[in-house]
Write a protein that binds this ligand. Structure first.
Ligand SMILES: Cc1cc2nc3c(=O)[nH]c(=O)nc-3n(C[C@H](O)[C@H](O)[C@H](O)COP(=O)(O)OP(=O)(O)OC[C@H]3O[C@@H](n4cnc5c(N)ncnc54)[C@H](O)[C@@H]3O)c2cc1C
Ligand code: SF4
Length: 343
């Protein structure tokens, strides 16, 4: 690991004034060798320190955000919305009673990644902004397209954990487990700029496909700090559920995951639906055909199965990951039924 300067920021404005760049920008050099001039932000540090230990990131200065109190709170708005500061840990979200009651898919998604020790340190902001876990991306010896090289090694290589949808140019899967749940729930995010101004965007629109920009997973601008995630008030009849499957039950990344949100009217007819797949594509993947298949229908097992079939109908698996499709189909059907049948 390289030598670096360590600075603790006590306020968001102070952190922004130190001129941080995104980790994607800090890693981007023509040669593939990591740049050494950058100032980068640290939340829990799980992903940041991994990249440094792997030799992929060699920053000049690290700005620790952990001492900024306003980023560490969960606050309920007067309108029933919920503001989750970007430094709130996955463990705090999983255990928060309001999150568990109103935004169940998020509580479930936050309670499962990695181990309890990691969830006690990993923050929601860092979770959304972590870099890909494609094994070629994480290897110092593979200068792939996402790192500015000339080729993607996954298409002709080992791709059993890679994308089955929308993988034009790069077949990584988006690493964040909380992202599908937050997108399904209609979350927005608040970003603070260097000049003190704020921008609010729908979380779904933050993520970039490889066609939009193969070097960045999200549209965070240099110097921007993710301040909070805002969940909308829950309308009557809205329920949510998250399901995932890994190769083993603990400490493992999912091979497939799904977050479902449905709004049912009083006879149990689905009026609104969101079905977002994770570990499926380079961005949290909206299964639009499954959403359309649910709307206007009662929440029966047969309709859930039809929607699940529709969710995987347009998939484009690689040589080694066709096994994911029946897994996604089973998870989608299960998540729809669990969401619809909650008390
Ligand atoms: C064994 C293991 C299993 C795992 N399994 C899963 C899993 O199943 N699902 C999953 O989602 N994750 C999994 N992870 C990854 C882990 O959850 C993430 O590394 C962690 O959530 C990152 O959060 P952090 O707070 O440590 O982020 P950091 O490492 O501190 O930061 C991550 C990135 O976000 C940027 N950043 C952080 N906060 C801000 C902010 N407020 N504003 C602007 N930029 C910011 C940093 O500059 C950095 O680029 C696993 C990790 C391990 C080690
Ligand atoms: S899938 Fe993406 S991150 Fe992985 S090797 Fe290909 S270009 Fe690189």
């Amino acid at each position: 690991m390289n030598r670096f300067e360590w600075t603790s920021a006590g306020a968001v404005a102070a952190a922004a004034r130190l001129g941080p760049v995104t980790v994607a920008e800090a890693m981007a050099t023509q040669s593939g060798a990591p740049g050494t001039a950058a100032t980068v932000l640290k939340a829990g540090g799980i992903d940041l320190l991994d990249l440094m230990k792997e030799g992929l990131l060699t920053p000049r200065r690290i700005v620790n955000l952990r001492g900024i109190p306003e980023l560490g709170r969960i606050l309920e708005g007067a309108d029933g919305s919920l503001r989750i500061g970007s430094l709130v840990t996955l463990a705090q979200i999983a255990e928060h009673p309001l999150v568990a009651r109103r935004y169940r898919a998020l509580a479930q998604a936050a309670g499962l990644p990695a181990s309890p020790q990691i969830r006690n340190v990993a923050t929601i902001g860092g979770n959304l902004l972590q870099r890909p876990h494609c094994w070629y991306f994480r290897s110092l010896h593979h200068h792939c397209l996402r790192k500015g090289g000339a080729t993607c090694f996954a298409f002709s290589g080992e791709n059993r954990y890679h994308a089955v949808f929308a993988h034009e140019g790069c077949a990584m899967v988006h690493p964040s487990t909380t992202a599908p749940a937050l997108v399904a729930l209609g979350a927005r995010i608040e970003l603070l700029r260097r000049d003190g101004s704020r921008r609010m965007v729908a979380l779904e629109s933050l993520f970039l496909t490889p066609e939009e920009d193969i070097r960045r997973e999200n549209d965070l601008k240099p110097g921007e700090i993710l301040a909070a995630i805002i969940l909308p008030p829950m309308k009557p009849g809205v329920r949510s559920w998250y399901e995932r499957q890994g190769e083993q039950d603990s400490f493992d990344w999912p091979v497939a995951e799904v977050a479902v949100v449905v709004k049912l009217d009083s006879p149990g007819i689905c009026r609104e639906a969101a079905v977002i797949l994770g570990a499926a594509a380079p961005v949290p993947y909206r299964a639009k055909a499954a959403e359309s298949a649910l709307i206007g229908k009662p929440s029966s097992a047969g309709n859930a199965r039809d929607a699940a079939r529709a969710a995987v109908a347009g998939a484009d698996p690689l040589s080694g990951n066709g096994y994911k499709l029946p897994v996604f189909e089973a998870l989608v059907a299960r998540a729809i039924l669990h969401a619809a049948n909650q008390g």
